[in-house]
Design a protein around this ligand. Structure first.
Ligand code: ATP
Ligand code: MG
Ligand code: MG
Ligand code: MG
Length: 480
């Protein structure tokens, strides 16, 4: 017999036939007459029940069938009367492939805290919660490619090691082959990067945007989807040092087209999760509901996970300019009596996350697209508006998450772009290749970045970005 995956088996309606299943033991219960073994092989959140009769399977073997052990089972697939399952396997042969000493195996059948599981990130895929998250990561990656493929976008690979810094935020990881303790020096005593591997200073990419623009101004619509690195020293539940970003870049787009695309994309992804990840979503939703029970009623979420996804699918996002948002915040009273101390330095400062949360979770109660930000708090490549004070930037803010998308209309006018770079002290000679796109056949274009892990926080309902990526990299933590 050929091995069948549990996901496939559970679709089956053909009973009383021999099957072969391999997987990991979740639980074993029973008595000296019969054993019930729940087996999971990672293909689905669901387990298959194996019934092992001590007359068929030796006591010595059954003793090794403990939580975490891997087994191979041959037997008859039969309809089951048991609650919560419609089939089970009556084992005729059972082999233990790898034992898991119950005294040492950390994942016993009980609910472990996220904090504990973060300490053993190498074993947490064995839990139901994390297998659900990682299967959904796969499903959502696939959905990203499907969305853009259906729209005729070209998937473009931008460099991981690069000499450019798109954001200018000084959050780059240096890549070098020089001896860090004893680097070659130039005559004036600074590090001589001409001796480095690439003959210049290089770093891990913080965004594929600048290179993506080159693609858009030739292929029309492109997107990148790859790892991105930021040496963020912020220990938040929303930032990683290594995260994945989806960055579409579109020629002949205005800012409103960009917002339309981003909104359509997020709705598509929410619907994709609802339609294709039903079992995993149901499991995660129940786990979250369990946790909510421990909270005071006022702090409990009024919507379940699936209701939140459905809400995004069905409701248009609110679009508000930065200037209008500032007015709303000025006139609001978040704490009944107290007004926001906002903005301390007047119009032109970046919104704090408490302001963003107020707008999204209290004032509008839905996703919000904020646009036309003050130029001084945004990157050099964003298109200057006619007022000379704001640029065509847009951020999408989600309830419970904050910024999920950041995007903008790109400055396509060579003279304006150069003036802006001079103002921000960005050396032109470093960016000559970029300016070529504006020198030759420049067109209006737009793009945005969606942080894949922020999306995963949304679709899984989990509260910490460290729990939606298999190997989280945060300050001081690069185990594995
Ligand atoms: P934030 O304000 O949350 O720090 P940002 O404005 O610095 O984000 P952008 O440069 O606009 O981020 O990047 C685009 C998107 O990438 C963000 O909207 C967010 O979804 C995601 N992102 C940015 N930084 C991180 C990070 N350190 N970890 C995970 N995702 C991130
Ligand atoms: Mg940031
Ligand atoms: Mg931001
Ligand atoms: Mg941003």
């Amino acid at each position: 017999t050929k091995r069948t995956k549990v996901s496939e088996l559970l679709q089956s309606t053909e009973f009383d036939r021999e099957v072969l299943v391999k997987g990991w033991v979740r639980t074993k219960r029973g008595n000296k007459h019969v054993n019930f073994i729940a087996v999971n092989d990672g293909s689905t959140i669901k387990n298959i029940q194996v019934v092992a009769d001590p007359n068929q399977i030796s006591e010595d073997t059954l003793r090794l069938v403990t939580t975490g052990a891997s087994i191979s089972v041959t037997g008859k697939l039969v309809a089951s009367q048991g609650a919560g399952q419609n089939m089970e396997i009556q084992a005729s042969q059972l082999e233990v492939l790898g034992t898991a000493d119950p005294e040492k195996y950390p994942l016993q059948p009980k609910k472990h805290s996220f904090e504990f599981l973060r300490e053993i990130a190498h074993l947490r895929p064995r839990t139901s919660t994390f297998s659900a998250v990682y299967r959904m990561r796969h499903a959502m990656s696939f959905a990203v490619h499907q969305f853009f493929n259906q729209k005729g976008f070209v998937y473009m690979h931008t460099p991981i090691v690069t000499g450019s810094d798109a954001e200018g935020a000084g959050e780059m990881f240096r890549v070098t082959t020089l001896d860090a303790k004893n680097p070659p020096l130039t005559e004036d005593g600074s590090v001589d990067f001409s001796e480095d591997f690439f003959g210049k200073e290089t770093n891990l990419t913080v965004s594929g945007q600048l290179e993506g623009e080159l693609g858009a101004l030739a292929l029309g619509d492109i997107y990148t989807f790859g790892p991105t690195f930021r040496a963020e020293n912020s220990n938040t539940t929303r930032h990683l040092a290594e995260f994945w970003m989806i960055e579409p870049e579109m020629a002949f787009y205005e800012l409103s087209d960009n917002m339309d695309l981003a909104e359509e994309f997020l709705k598509y992804l929410a619907k994709y999760a609802l339609d294709n990840c039903a079992d995993d979503l149901e499991f995660l939703e129940n786990r979250l509901l369990d946790e909510e029970k421990n909270k005071p009623a006022t702090e409990r979420s009024p919507m379940t996970l699936r209701e939140k996804l459905q809400f995004v699918v069905e409701n248009d996002f609110e679009r508000v300019s930065y200037t209008d948002a500032v007015e709303i915040l000025r006139n609001s009273k978040p704490n009944k009596k107290k007004k926001f101390q906002f903005p301390v330095e007047g119009w032109g400062t970046d919104l704090q996350s408490e302001h963003e949360r107020y707008l999204v979770e209290k004032h509008f109660n839905k996703p919000v697209i904020l646009f036309d930000y003050p130029k001084d708090i945004k990157a050099f490549y964003m298109r200057m508006n006619d007022d000379d004070k704001t640029v065509g930037a847009m951020d999408i803010l989600f309830p419970g998450i904050g910024e999920i998308v950041g995007g903008s209309q790109r400055e396509e006018r060579l003279d304006v772009l150069r003036a802006r770079m001079a103002e921000m002290h960005i050396p032109e000679e470093e960016m000559d290749w970029y300016l070529d796109t504006r020198r030759f056949g420049s067109v209006p274009h737009s793009g945005f970045g969606l942080g894949f892990e922020r999306l995963m926080i949304f679709v899984t309902g989990l509260g910490n970005i460290r729990d939606v990526i298999p190997f989280p990299r945060t300050p001081g933590n690069a185990m594995y």
